[in-house]
Design a protein around this ligand. Structure first.
Ligand SMILES: Nc1ncnc2c1ncn2[C@@H]1O[C@H](COP(=O)(O)OP(=O)(O)OP(=O)(O)O)[C@@H](O)[C@H]1O
Length: 315
């Protein structure tokens, strides 16, 4: 299990990560979601002891990374798939790492087999495609058979087959009881991969909840109404406390409303409707709105938070 507690990182005046607290539990894939520049890589580096927090701490099985007796046997990480000497073969790279960390050489063939690189194991890693490099990075992370795995944007730049393979592989690792923490800036990708989400925007926590909860709440609901009696209907809806905007002479958009409610109101007052359509913004749009605007534009904080009206959500 990983616990981030009040984690903060400043680079001069820039606050990259701000008072971030969350937990990563074993037996599931936890997605670490946030747009580019949100602070995901900085957080992961602090988790691995590669960057020192300005304040706060990360505990891995109750201890900071630097106090782990056998770090590679506890935590495996893929931060940068191209971090391999280009003239070394995949096998030599893994053997060198295994040797320098007191791990048995036979583990190298095991991990090469797990990621499907046996046939190219003696080729120079410099000539590997991005997908092969990612597999080698994953093999490296698995070398110490760790219970905790961190992957930073592992599917970036991969083709659909590579993405599918990594997704299934991470889910398999979680099914073995490992804690898998994987970052991405794509909600659609994480919705398919992760069971739990930690969502950040501009360095701050927006939500930690199940993916299902997040997806159910992320798309804001509205209703589009077209009516020759739009002006009268707008007055009636405003009187009921609904937020209504007129987008054309006969067209209204009502936030956070249900079609039934509006249809019944119109019927009660004999107002003719030409159209009554439920609208749901796309998940990715809702996510960008929450993570992009929530922190920078304080006036939008309420709207962003109400879109996520769940108990596991930061406000
Ligand atoms: N060494 C550094 N010095 C100054 N600013 C930094 C440094 N490292 C990161 N930052 C800034 O901190 C913020 C968070 O960066 P970080 O790379 O952690 O975000 P990210 O969510 O991983 O984004 P990406 O998906 O683009 O990698 C960014 O604004 C970045 O410019």
């Amino acid at each position: 299990m990983i616990e981030a507690i009040g984690l903060t990182k400043r680079y001069g005046p820039k606050v990259a990560v701000n008072n971030l607290s969350f937990t990563v539990k074993p037996g599931r894939v936890t997605g670490f979601l946030g747009p580019n520049g949100a602070g995901k890589s900085t957080t992961m580096r602090m988790m691995l002891g590669l960057d020192r927090p300005t304040s706060g701490e990360v505990r891995i099985d109750g201890k900071p990374y630097r106090e782990l007796k056998n770090p590679l046997r506890t935590v495996g990480a893929l931060l940068d798939a191209k971090w391999v000497h280009p003239n070394r073969s995949a096998r030599t790279h893994l053997l060198w790492l295994a040797k320098s960390n007191g791990l048995p050489a036979k583990r190298v063939d095991e991990v090469l087999g797990m990621v499907g690189l046996e046939e190219v194991a003696n080729r120079k890693a410099g000539g590997f495609s991005l997908g092969m490099s990612q597999r080698l990075g994953i093999a490296t992370a698995l070398l110490g058979d760790p219970k905790i795995l961190l992957f930073d944007e592992p599917v970036n730049g991969l083709d659909p087959e590579g993405i599918h393979w990594i997704r299934r592989f991470m889910q398999g690792l979680a099914a073995e009881g490992r804690a898998v923490f994987v970052s991405s800036h794509l909600l659609s990708e994480m919705a398919l991969t992760a069971e739990e989400l930690v969502v950040i925007g501009r360095g701050e926590l927006i939500a930690q909840c199940s993916t299902q909860q997040f997806v159910d709440n992320a798309g804001t609901q509205g209703v589009l109404v077209r009516s020759p009696g739009a002006a009268q209907l707008q007055q009636l809806m405003s009187a009921q406390g609904l937020s209504v905007r007129s987008t054309a002479q006969d067209t209204l958009v009502v936030d956070e409303a249900e079609t039934e409610q509006i249809g019944e109101l119109a019927a009660q007052h004999g107002i003719v409707l030409h159209e009554l359509t439920a609208q749901r913004s796309s998940l990715e749009e809702a996510f960008m709105q929450m993570t992009g605007n929530a922190v920078e534009y304080q006036t939008n904080l309420g709207a962003a938070a109400s879109a996520l009206n769940t108990s596991g959500v930061a406000r």
